[in-house]
Design a protein around this ligand. Structure first.
Ligand code: ISE
Length: 339
């Protein structure tokens, strides 16, 4: 391992980019942010306010050319990932890319092809749920078969509200893409088919949004996983999973913490954002990426996992549009490069 800090350029200083920049300053060791790539000048300035040594750039090409960087953390929205990933791969730097890898399987395949020109995988994908302690415990329980075989998963993915740019297909491509990664990771096998049902519309959701919806996944051995995606629940941010086994049930994601009984009522507090709900998972993900990158490797989901999720995502959007069950066809088998 190199003893020098990993010099990171953060691309995109929106919600998640800013959160990661603060994480590097306060929680992560072995890395420093040396550049922020962000076309919005005010945002860029705000992002580097506490980082006197960091430069601001408007294009990734400028950071790759003018700053001495070892790594990029990509936190722009998914449709802009490819334009950053390709030059970063060409420069051979280490990459942590927020989900999704790209919005569709064709563009994800282009990324896989570009990455395979290198000596080894350089992209780690930001499916942070794999670093959440409860998800890890559930995966271990499933693998142990202690409660018998897993039969079903009931998942809920609830956001308080959505903004103007958030569309019905984004329920799938931006939100349920997390379950498209974490379900196969929990179950230990790929998703084979998907169906989508629209529920009665929440009148508090924006007019253009069909919210909530129910997504039903089937894995290759027949485990069913239903996901309630419900992104205008008003009350907070909740991600839960109930696992149904042959001889037991397990549940993760219910908010723990202080419960109060007072004034003839009782209750606790709820998260309002993924930034707090998954804070520890993000910390662990970024620290492990930094440690791995300094050793010339990755330690988490790869671009291959991103390609699988992009393929499922495409099938789910088709199921959402047609109302039919759609079988998932993966265009290529896993290259040895990713084993
Ligand atoms: C957001 O982009 C995320 O990645 C969150 O984890 C997810 O819960 C939310 O629905 C997405 O919009």
């Amino acid at each position: 391992m190199t003893t020098a800090n990993l010099r990171v350029a953060v691309v995109g200083a929106g919600q998640m980019g800013a959160d990661h920049i603060a994480r590097f300053s306060h929680k992560i060791s072995g890395a420093e942010v040396v550049a922020v790539v962000e076309p919005d000048e005010a945002r860029a300035k705000a992002a580097v306010a506490g980082l006197p040594e960091a430069s601001t750039r408007t294009r990734i090409e400028d950071a790759l050319e003018k700053d001495s960087i070892d790594a990029v953390l990509i936190a722009t929205p998914g449709p802009f990932h490819e334009a950053v990933l390709l030059p970063a791969l060409e420069a051979g730097v280490e990459i942590l890319c927020e989900k999704p890898l790209t919005p569709d399987s064709e563009s994800s395949l282009r990324i896989l092809q570009a990455e395979q020109q290198l000596d080894r995988p350089h992209i780690q994908l930001g499916f942070m749920r794999r670093f959440d302690a409860e998800y890890i415990a559930l995966r271990e329980l499933i693998a142990s078969a202690d409660a018998g075989a897993l039969l079903m998963l009931h998942c809920a993915h609830r956001n308080a509200s959505t903004g103007e740019g958030y569309t019905s297909s984004m329920l799938i491509t931006d939100s349920v893409v997390h379950e498209m990664d974490v379900i196969p990771w929990l179950v230990g096998e790929p998703i084979a088919a998907v169906e989508v049902k629209k529920a009665r519309k929440n009148s508090l959701a924006p007019a253009w949004l069909d919210d909530p919806q129910l997504i039903i996944f089937e894995t290759i051995s027949g485990v069913l996983a239903d996901v309630e995606i419900n992104v205008n629940v008003q009350f907070g941010y909740q991600v839960t999973t109930e696992a149904v086994f042959e001889k037991g049930i397990a549940e993760i994601g219910k908010t723990a913490g202080l419960m109060r009984w007072q004034d003839a009522s009782f209750g606790g507090v709820e998260h309002v954002s993924f930034k707090t709900r998954f804070a520890a998972a993000y910390d662990s993900q970024v620290q492990r990426w930094v440690n791995a990158a300094r050793n010339g490797t990755i330690d988490g989901p790869s671009a291959w996992d991103g390609f699988l999720a992009a393929t499922v995502s495409e099938a789910a959007v088709e199921a959402q549009t047609t109302g039919k069950r759609v079988a998932v066809q993966y265009a290529v088998a896993k290259p040895d490069f990713y084993n």
